[in-house]
Structures are given as structure tokens and as C-alpha cells.
Design a protein around this ligand. Structure first.
Ligand SMILES: Nc1ncnc2c1ncn2[C@@H]1O[C@H](COP(=O)(O)OP(=O)(O)OP(=O)(O)O)[C@@H](O)[C@H]1O
Length: 682
């Protein structure tokens, strides 16, 4: 964890911000907010710390409950972890650069964008007024004035219009009085006098409308804003993003609304001098992305009616300022599917940052997680504070969700969700504090759809006895997979080897064909070496039994596929009380995979006695206490060990294992000789 503001993958560097012709940066911008260290400072929690108890779950905090934790004022200081992203945001705020944030949902992307808006100088804010254009009614004029002045201008216009109207009314009543007086007293024409009076009244009323119409439209009013604007344009349709001009059903005849009054701002205008945040930017239609790029390039963008069939489409204002900093967010897909020119724009004149999913678990970080719970309680405003024990349970959960030894999860939104559910449970029982029991209950209640579905699968499989957990079967291996991010499912693989009529190959049906083929290719070197028979003359039939496509990734199923194929080739039965997960190198090493904790829990729930996992994943296992006695975890580092555990029929199996060891042993020795490190998880 470091506060080093020079980040490798963020560019341009602080020293060489590329002068961008259309950029929003101006000389002197760097001075607009305080510099580096102060901004980047990592705010330590303000509470007493017992240094002897630093190793405890609360990192030595001596608090009674979250009520004793002080929450920093600035949003940027409330962000937990994400030091890199935070530094980039601060640097980008200073230099007025755009930022692309890629990463898992709920890790703080929009929070950081909001925090950035708080860092921008409020003094720069502008009001935008739209005026009637006497020369061309369809091209309203636009004026930009310092923030807060817009209201004053409108007031002055209204006052003037009121004065003019009073004068007119005064004049009108005098004329009406003269007309009525003349017609009643001199001409004796009462009816004619009345009609004339009404006509004069209407004529004056009509002309006063045009006086009112001259009052400008205050399009952007920043008089009440405490910070620079933050606009979230996620999923915005064209009108909401780029501005619009309303349709006018009375387009002439004096009843019409003047065009400048029908102009509406878009998020790009409202974010002027502030931050425009767009999540899943690739979901914006291409036309909008192109226009967004123009707005970024030019720093201004005219407003026109978005619907071609509306009278608003005939109106186009003078350009309205769009001097915003864009924070585009999303996952990797968002980046790939973004309009290339827009991506280049951000890439060339801004920063790209990848959000962290987990953070190292140390006393300081655990104290911050305690503060995070306090922040969420404070944000909600109705939840009872958390006791020490409840906080400890939350930190344990953060560890568990990290899926990585020595780390805490940074998927804070879902952790925040747990805080709310636990707090609501305590509140429903009128408790003064949220206790450990409430957190445990919340964990049981707030299962994701995927978890519920996975449990459903497991139950249904049990009903139909699809998850065989007893006996020995040739060519059938219980694999494991993850569904969503946080739930494991059992994925049995069946293999059958038959002589081929033509050139042999992998035969798999359904959606999983590609995955099965890939898995077999991954393990083919082992199988070829292992089998006396020429597998190119065989058909290898593979079936992922009774599963949808979810959670199955070829790599993590490769030891399962290899074991099933070897079992089928050699007619060696596999113990059905064993489940397994692991990826396989071409030389037979078992490589780490993701989601081991969830997979082990699924295996335990299904009723298996043993679960084989990659040795490299051993440190990531953080299963709930309740499953600990239900299943034996067997970490392995080589396919021969997988077979040693999974194959039944001791004598025969030993023979196979020995053979496998001997054919892959050479490779193993070579590897040890070269001292290769542990490969990274898939
Ligand atoms: N790093 C963090 N530190 C503190 N709180 C966080 C952090 N990340 C998320 N949160 C909490 O979770 C909430 C939701 O996070 P946020 O909307 O910023 O996530 P996101 O990454 O933008 O997700 P998405 O891409 O789904 O919009 C925040 O309002 C905050 O309460």
C-alpha cells in the first residue's frame, strides 16, 4: 500500500500532461486545489489504539461501538483502499484530466467520481442563460456568467418586465377609460364601447406576453451548489445526456412558447466545471458517444431537439459550455466496446486505472474497515451502531469474501448491503446496538440470487440423485464450478472413449462443447503420454452432466476432464465421494483456480467426503465453521496425486498412479531443477 502519486499505468505523467487543443485545462489549473501529499494523505482512523492488540480483528481499536469512530468530512478520505485510483483521481482533478476506471462493480468508482467533484474549485462555477434571439427565433443566444449571477440577471429582467407591464397596464386603463367615456357619454354607444374596451384589454395582454418572453431562461443555476457539480449520466438517453428542446404544439399564432424557454440542459452541460460520471459507457449508443466526444473536444455543445419529428429539432442554440472532467467506468467489456475514438481521447489525454478487488489485511486496514461500517451506519441514518463483536464478524466476512489469504474484499457495496441488513434486523428488534448475531443472521438472509440458485441446484440434484456421492464409477468425476461471484455448484463430468470410425476427436454436445474441447486439448499431452492406445484413433465423448453454462470455465474443469478421460481410457473406477477443482498444465501440474472457498462449501453441502484443490489455493480457503467438519480438503500439486486420491480399487489404481508419475516425473524433475515458481490463478 503506498501513496506514491507516480503510477506506472496512469498516463500522461504529472510532468508531461500533453497539451490538448480541446482540453479543458488552463494554465494555473494546478494551483486550483491543494497539492499532492495533502490530497493523497491516507486519513488514519481517529480513535484510541491499543498497540498490543493490533493483531486483533479490530487492529487494536479500543472503541465500544461504531458510535466512537469519527468519520472524515471529505468523501475522498472515506474511500477504503483503492490508493492507486484515489491518487489518480486527485492528480486528474488537479490537472483537469479525464479518467477511465475499470473494475468490479461496487468497489467505489462512482464514490471516487463524486469525491473528485468535491475537490474541484467552486469558484470556477458558471451559470448559463439562454436568451431570445430577435434575428432568428430558432437560434437562441447563450450567455455564460459567474456562478450565482444568473439568478440576479433573471431577477433584474423580471423586475424590468414587471415595470414595463405596470406602465402598459396604466396606459391601457387610461385608454380604456377614454374609450368608454367617449362611447358612453358622447357617442351613446354603450355596446360598442364595451367591445372596444375588451379588444384593447386583449391587445395589451397579448403584447405583455412578448415582454415576459424576453426574460432569459436560466439553464444552469449554480447558486445553491456547495461543490462543483457531479452528474451521473449512466444509461442516459440522448436528451438527458446532450440536452433537448421541447416540442411546442402551438408553433405560431401568438400562443407559442418562445424557443429559448423550451431549451433543456443535458448532463454534459450540467456537469460544466465539474464531473460527468458514466458507468458502462459502452451502453451509450454510438451517436451519443460521438457527440460526447465532440463536447469533450470543443468544450461546448449546442442544444437541439433530439426528436426529429418534434418542433424542437428546428431549434439550435449557440454553443453551451461543457467543460467537464469525464470519469468513464465499467468492466473490461466496457473498455473494449467503447467507441474507439472516445477511448483514444481518454487514453491520450487522461488516465486509465484498474480498481483493486482486494487489499492486504493489516491492522491499519482493519481499523479502516471498522470505520467503513461506521460510515455506512451514518449514511443510512437509521441503523443502530455496531458493537465490537459485530464489527469483528464484519471484518471476518470481508476476509472471507476476498477469497485470498491475507486480504480483505474491496467489494464494499455488497459489504455495505450486509451492514444495512444486519442493522435492519437489529432495528426491527428495537435493539440499541447491532450485534454479532444480527450480522450472522444477515449473512444467512442476504444470499445473492446465484447463491439461492446454487443451493436450489444442489437440493434438486439430491432429489434426483444426480450428485452421486457414494460408490465408484468409471469415467465419472465430480467437478466443481462457481456461479456468479459467490456460489459454488457441483459439475459432474462424464467421459466415454470409443474407437473412432474416422479421425478421432472430442465429441461434446450443447453449449459446453467449446469448453470441453479446450479442456481436453489442455490435458491431451498428459493423456497421450499416459495411454498406450493411440487416442487420435478414438472418439472421446465428454458430457458436463445436467448443467447450464453458468460458472463453467474450461480451465478450472481441466483436472476433472483429465481424470474422467483417464478413468474411461483405463477403465479405472473413480470414487464418487470425492469432488475436485483445479487447472492442469500440459506437464501435469495442478494450477490454482478461483472461487475455491465457494466450491468447497458446495461440495460439503452436497455431501462429498473429500475435495481436491490445487495446493497453491490452500491459503485461499476460508470456509465457514459449519462446513469445516463436513469435508476433508486435499491440496494437490500434480495430476498423479489427483488420481491417487480419486481412483478406486487400490492395487490397479496404484499401478496407474505409478505409471503417471513415471511419465510426468521427468517433467517434474525438470521443473524442480529450474525452480519454477507457482503459477498465477486462472
Ligand atoms: N472503496 C470504498 N470505500 C468506501 N466505501 C465504498 C467503497 N466502494 C464502495 N463503497 C460503498 O459502496 C457504495 C457503492 O459504491 P460505488 O457506487 O462507488 O461503486 P461502483 O464501483 O461505482 O459500482 P458500479 O460500477 O456498480 O456503479 C458507495 O456509496 C459506498 O457506500
Amino acid at each position: 500500500m503506498s501513496n506514491d502519486t507516480d503510477t506506472d499505468d496512469a498516463f500522461p505523467t504529472e510532468h508531461d500532461p500533453d497539451p490538448d487543443p480541446g482540453s479543458n485545462s488552463e494554465p494555473g489549473d494546478d494551483e486550483s486545489i491543494p497539492l499532492g501529499e495533502e490530497l493523497g494523505s491516507d486519513v488514519e482512523i481517529e480513535a484510541e489504539i491499543d498497540e498490543d492488540a493490533e493483531d486483533g480483528l479490530l487492529g487494536g481499536l479500543t472503541i465500544e461501538s461504531t458510535a466512537d469512530i469519527e468519520i472524515p468530512d471529505r468523501l475522498v478520505d472515506q474511500v477504503i483502499g483503492q490508493d492507486h485510483a484515489r491518487d489518480v483521481v486527485m492528480k486528474a482533478a488537479k490537472q483537469r484530466r479525464h479518467v477511465m476506471m475499470i473494475g468490479t462493480p461496487g468497489t467505489g468508482k462512482s464514490m471516487l467520481a463524486k469525491a473528485m467533484s468535491q475537490l474541484l474549485p467552486k469558484e470556477d462555477l458558471q451559470d448559463v442563460l439562454v436568451y431570445h434571439n430577435p434575428d432568428d427565433g430558432n437560434e437562441p443566444k447563450v450567455r455564460t456568467v459567474p456562478g450565482g449571477k444568473g439568478q440576479q440577471i433573471i431577477e433584474a429582467h423580471k423586475e424590468e418586465a414587471q415595470k414595463r407591464n405596470q406602465m402598459r397596464q396604466f396606459l391601457m386603463w387610461i385608454i380604456i377609460a377614454i374609450v368608454l367615456g367617449y362611447s358612453f357619454l358622447i357617442a351613446g354607444q354603450i355596446l360598442l364601447g364595451g367591445v372596444l374596451a375588451v379588444l384593447i384589454y386583449l391587445a395589451f395582454k397579448y403584447s405583455s406576453r412578448s415582454t415576459d418572453a424576453m426574460i432569459p431562461n436560466l439553464l444552469i443555476d449554480s447558486s445553491d451548489t456547495q461543490t462543483a457539480p457531479f452528474k451521473d449520466a449512466t444509461g442516459a438517453h440522448a436528451g438527458a445526456l446532450l440536452g433537448d428542446v421541447r416540442h411546442d404544439p402551438f408553433q405560431s399564432g401568438g400562443m407559442e412558447t418562445p424557443s429559448h424557454d423550451r431549451v433543456e440542459s443535458g448532463a454534459i452541460h450540467e456537469a460544466n466545471k465539474g464531473v460527468l460520471f458514466i458507468d458502462e459507457i459502452n451502453t451509450l449508443d454510438i451517436r451519443s458517444q460521438q457527440k460526447l466526444m465532440t463536447a469533450i473536444q470543443e468544450g461546448e455543445f449546442s442544444i437541439t431537439g433530439q426528436s426529429e419529428r418534434s418542433s424542437g429539432a428546428m431549434v439550435q442554440t449557440e454553443p453551451v459550455p461543457t467543460d467537464f472532467i469525464m470519469i468513464a467506468a465499467g468492466n473490461l467489456d466496457a473498455m473494449e466496446n467503447m467507441h474507439p475514438a472516445l477511448r483514444n481521447r481518454v487514453k491520450g489525454y487522461g488516465y486509465e486505472v484498474y480498481m483493486d478487488d482486494t487489499i492486504e489485511d493489516d491492522p491499519e486496514m482493519r481499523r479502516k474497515y471498522a470505520r467503513f461500517v461506521a460510515q455506512e451506519v451514518d449514511k443510512d441514518g437509521r441503523l443502530p451502531h455496531f458493537t465490537r463483536e459485530a464489527l469483528e464478524e464484519m471484518i471476518l466476512e470481508a476476509r472471507r469474501r476476498a477469497g485470498r489469504k491475507g486480504h480483505l474484499t474491496l467489494e464494499m457495496r455488497s459489504l455495505g448491503g450486509l451492514v444495512r441488513v444486519a442493522g435492519d434486523i437489529a432495528r426491527a428488534e428495537d435493539k440499541e446496538f447491532t450485534e454479532r448475531e444480527d450480522v450472522l443472521q444477515a449473512k444467512r438472509r442476504s444470499r445473492s440470487i446465484e447463491q439461492q440458485l446454487a443451493d436450489n441446484y444442489i437440493e434438486r440434484r439430491k432429489d434426483y440423485e444426480l450428485s452421486v456421492s457414494q460408490g465408484d464409477v468409471v469415467g465419472r468425476v465430480n467437478g466443481l464450478a462457481v456461479m456468479g461471484d459467490d456460489s459454488g455448484i457441483v459439475l459432474p463430468v462424464m467421459a466415454e472413449v470409443t474407437p473412432s470410425q474416422g479421425p478421432g476427436g472430442v465429441i461434446a454436445t450443447g453449449k459446453l462443447q467449446e469448453i470441453a474441447e479446450e479442456a481436453v486439448q489442455n490435458v491431451s499431452a498428459i493423456i497421450k503420454k499416459f495411454s498406450d492406445e493411440n487416442i487420435s484413433e478414438k472418439d472421446i465423448h465428454i458430457q458436463f452432466v445436467q448443467t447450464g453454462q453458468q460458472g463453467v470455465d474450461g480451465d478450472s474443469a481441466s483436472i476433472t476432464v483429465a481424470a474422467a478421460v483417464i478413468s474411461a481410457l483405463e477403465n479405472a473406477p473413480v470414487k464418487q465421494n470425492v469432488a475436485m477443482t483445479g487447472s492442469l498444465s500440459v506437464r501435469g501440474d495442478v494450477l490454482p483456480v478461483g472461487g475455491v472457498t465457494h466450491k468447497i462449501e458446495a461440495a460439503a453441502k452436497t455431501g462429498y467426503d473429500k475435495v481436491i484443490i490445487p495446493k497453491a489455493n490452500e491459503q485461499d480457503v476460508m470456509i465457514e465453521d459449519e462446513y469445516e467438519d463436513m469435508i476433508e480438503i486435499v491440496p494437490v500439486s500434480h495430476i498423479s496425486e489427483v488420481l491417487e486420491v480419486a481412483l478406486a480399487g487400490e492395487g490397479e489404481a496404484d499401478g496407474l498412479v505409478d505409471r503417471l508419475k513415471s511419465i510426468t516425473g521427468q517433467a517434474l524433475e525438470r521443473q524442480v531443477g529450474q525452480g519454477t515458481g507457482s503459477p498465477s490463478p486462472q
